[in-house]
Design a protein around this ligand. Structure first.
Ligand SMILES: *Cc1c(COP(=O)(O)O)cnc(C)c1O
Length: 420
């Protein structure tokens, strides 16, 4: 394993605490795939699937050799992953497909997919000997980091943007004991600041600029394939914010392909919120990257200057992927459908569903193609968005599928009247 610059190719040792090349571009972990070819197989991963012992009981560390092949004494695992697939006639009909599989990453220990990257990032921090970790976060990264840091006995510092951070996420960061610094600025300002702070104070940075976060998140894709008996779906749809997750999935698929474990790669559909769509603009208009001032109700993807845009675009090219955008109205309506199907997810997660619907309508996704959509976070993360939608209190958003609470007198007659 080494670290390599995605732009100039300069290499660094894996145990050097570094996120960027001297040339300023991001680094990625390179695994010795030629050597691993002899060791890794579908069979090996399937055997580990039956194990209940550390670390193979984790849906990340089951694929250890492709994640971070380190001494087990450094691994901090809760364990994460092993999340379920759901199908729903209601959701399938809504998006216009015969079938759609929803992989619920909200079933991770701190209720978002961030745990997959975090188990790897914190384990790397331990390997490197750090005692303090930090991140900028719209909420889920801080919730996850705070929990894993507490388990590892490390101090954690989170930088959150002013104004809206979803209540469930803030609660987690505080409860798990992170020093929580709310800055006067948006996520992109917080991201800028935390990089400076970590550099100056020797704190380990655990945003997805950290190459090990990406490695852990690849396991979402590995698990999808293993759950499908290694049958490759046509599409995987997921929301895009800082663009680490889609970067991870495409990197993982490329590696499996190069190892000969799969014969083709799924196409990736990255869905951004219309108000935070710099990747979409770049991809659609074939222009150079320019950041935007982000605005969307889906706070987890309210990011205007995504750190991983270069890695992300490269991965979209590898997988013949596409980028789509959806409005807040489309996100919240899709969420109402996902929620009412009994599955439930936070707003950003449902951008996947709204995006698939749009891509099916545009004829880019074929009606009989197999599609997996990633639900990135749990319904309970953002109770305000959910309740206010059903109460009709979201500014600029129509509550098309509202399920309002009804106030009644405490007697049988009143109940009967309501249930008629
Ligand atoms: C972090 C997050 C995203 C965005 O993922 P990126 O890797 O930043 O693109 C989407 N949904 C949820 C719930 C998240 O927590």
């Amino acid at each position: 394993m080494i670290l390599r610059c995605i732009e100039c190719g300069k290499e660094y040792p894996i145990d050097e605490a570094r996120y960027r090349c001297e040339c300023g571009n991001l680094l990625e972990v390179v695994h010795p795939l030629e050597t691993l070819k002899k060791k890794l197989s579908r069979k090996l991963f399937d055997e580990r699937l039956a194990r209940r012992d550390f670390p193979y009981n984790s849906g990340v560390w089951r694929y250890k050799e492709l994640i971070l092949d380190i001494d087990e004494k450094f691994i901090i695992s809760r364990p994460e992953g092993n999340t379920n697939f759901y199908t729903s006639g209601k959701v399938a009909e809504y998006v216009g497909l015969k079938d759609i599989l929803l992989k619920h990453e909200g079933e991770n220990p701190t209720a978002s997919f961030k745990d997959r990257g975090m188990t790897c990032g914190i384990s790397a921090a331990k390997m490197l000997g750090f005692k303090r970790v930090a991140c900028a976060s719209t909420g889920n990264t801080s919730a996850s980091m705070a929990s894993y840091a507490a388990m590892a006995g490390m101090e954690s510092i989170v930088f959150i943007p002013e104004g809206k951070i979803a209540f469930g996420k803030l609660a987690q960061a505080l409860a798990y004991g992170a020093k929580t610094l709310q800055i006067k600025g948006d996520f992109d300002d917080a991201m800028q600041l935390v990089q400076e702070v970590c550099q100056e104070l020797g704190i380990y940075l655990l945003n997805s600029v950290n190459p090990f976060r990406i490695e852990g998140q690849k396991a979402i894709g590995f698990e999808v394939l293993q759950q499908l008996g290694w049958q490759v779906p046509h599409w995987i749809a997921l929301p895009g914010g800082n663009l680490g997750n889609n970067t991870a999935l495409s990197k993982g698929f490329k590696e499996l392909y190069e190892l000969g474990i799969i014969e083709k790669v799924p196409r990736i559909a990255v869905v951004q919120a219309h108000g935070a769509n710099p990747l979409y603009r770049m991809w659609k208009n074939k222009t150079s990257f320019t950041s935007v001032k982000a605005q969307t109700i889906a706070t987890a993807i309210k990011i205007g200057n995504p750190i991983s845009w270069k890695k992300s675009i490269r991965g979209i090219e590898w997988t013949r992927g596409v980028v789509e955008e959806v409005t807040d109205q489309e996100i919240m309506d899709a969420k109402a459908i996902v929620d009412a199907s009994g599955i439930g997810a936070e707003p950003a997660s449902c951008a996947s569903i709204a995006g698939v619907r749009k891509l099916v309508r545009a004829g880019i996704i074929n009606k009989d193609e197999k599609v997996v959509a990633i639900l990135t976070g749990n319904l309970l993360k953002d109770p305000d968005a959910t309740v206010n939608y059903h109460l009709g209190k979201l500014k600029g958003i129509k509550s098309n599928y509202a399920n309002k609470p009804i106030q009644i007198e405490p007697n049988l007659e009143a109940v009967k009247k309501c249930l008629k």
